[in-house]
Write a protein that binds this ligand. Structure first.
Ligand code: FAD
Length: 317
């Protein structure tokens, strides 16, 4: 079923969902299942699986370091199929512009169609760590809105080069990213909102936001989006702080603000366990408020660890 159909069917009740990251190459998928198992009692109608961006790796060859570009956590579509089959739940693979040509994206979408995957999250991807700015792959897309257009095209039976007779069209439901505190490269919140609207006009069916720790940012974002004429469901993405280092890493990587009160509480902690507890309590409070606001789904960034998400969901759902 499509994400939008799950939301409609819930008839105003807030749903629980979460995002997982594929294991590193060579690892067993069992660890992933061990993290999903405890969350299934909260009946997620869909689970997102991220796609890792490409990275530089250095391998020693003849005494010299040889540089390669690789994806350390491949297998997104395979994992989606495995989870769908094992848990009988819808899965949402994240499809990136970065590192893929349009043809490769087309093949990936054909795979998804064969596997009965009905939802995809269309994203640009970040710049690789050695790059200052995002660079599209040869024959790839520059922006997520172009990717949304390609997916819509395929839904309408338009493939890239081949003249094909389509007798079984795909009908992907497409999610896109939104940024309550603006995307880090966007010159202003207003410009970023214009870009978000373009993605919806290209055919995005719903929006999932970047994490935020101050709900007022999300409330304002929804208000601005509605004012801009965006009417699709907006799903808040949230994450509990888990280690002290998050105080530096999260603002640095995602260019988001952390509330003073949260910083104060985390800084007071004497152990990781205490930090995790503060993170869980903050996230419970955020979740309850977002539910009251009428968020259609609360989407948790699990980062591969489910124990704190389980604690939160127990209090909220
Ligand atoms: P876009 O919508 O293309 O926007 C990127 C920037 O370009 C923005 O600043 C926007 O304002 C600007 N822009 C857009 N269109 C135009 C235009 N026509 N002209 C000029 N400027 C324009 N990353 C991963 O690598 N893997 C994942 O699985 C993943 N999952 C994510 C899930 C969610 C919910 C979110 C919020 C982010 C996720 N990301 C993931 C991170 C995402 O790839 C980055 O934030 C990336 O930098 C931007 O992606 P986007 O799809 O929002 O890009």
């Amino acid at each position: 079923m499509k994400v939008t159909e799950h939301i409609e069917k819930a008839n105003g009740k807030t749903l629980f969902s979460f995002e997982i990251i594929p294991p590193k190459k060579g690892k067993n998928i069992q660890e992933l299942y061990d993290n999903i198992d405890p969350l299934m009692e909260f009946k997620p109608p869909f689970i997102d699986v991220t796609t890792s961006r490409e990275e530089y790796v250095y391998l020693e060859k003849d005494g010299l370091l040889d540089r390669h570009i690789t994806r350390m956590r491949p297998g997104t579509v395979g994992i989606c199929a495995a989870i769908k089959h094992k848990y009988n739940v819808d899965t949402v693979p994240h499809v990136l512009c970065g590192g893929f040509s349009k043809e490769e994206t087309e093949y990936l979408l054909v795979d998804c169609h064969y596997l009965g995957i009905e939802n995809v999250m269309a994203l640009r991807g970040d710049a690789m760590s050695h790059q200052k700015y995002f660079e599209p792959s040869k024959g790839g897309h520059n922006y997520a809105c172009e990717l949304v257009r390609q997916i819509r095209g395929i839904n309408n039976g338009k493939y890239l080069h081949d003249v094909v007779e389509v007798d079984h069209k795909s009908d992907f439901c497409v999610g896109v990213a939104g940024y309550p505190e603006k995307h880090l490269e966007a010159p202003s919140l207003k410009t970023d909102m214009k870009r978000l609207k373009e993605k919806v006009e290209e055919g995005a069916d719903y929006i999932v936001t970047q994490m935020f720790f101050d709900n007022s940012k999300f409330f304002k974002f929804v208000e601005d989006a509605r004012e801009a004429g965006i009417s699709v469901p907006i799903i808040p993405g949230i994450k509990p702080i888990a280690v002290k280092r998050h105080l530096q890493i999260l603002p640095q990587v995602f260019k988001i603000d952390l509330p003073e009160e949260l910083i104060f509480e985390v800084e007071k902690c004497k152990s990781n366990a205490e930090v995790r507890q503060v993170g869980v309590e903050w996230c419970i409070q955020q979740s309850k408020e977002l539910m009251e606001f009428g968020a259609p789904v609360l989407h948790y960034y699990s980062m591969g660890k489910s124990s704190n998400i389980q604690k939160i969901a127990k209090e909220v759902f």
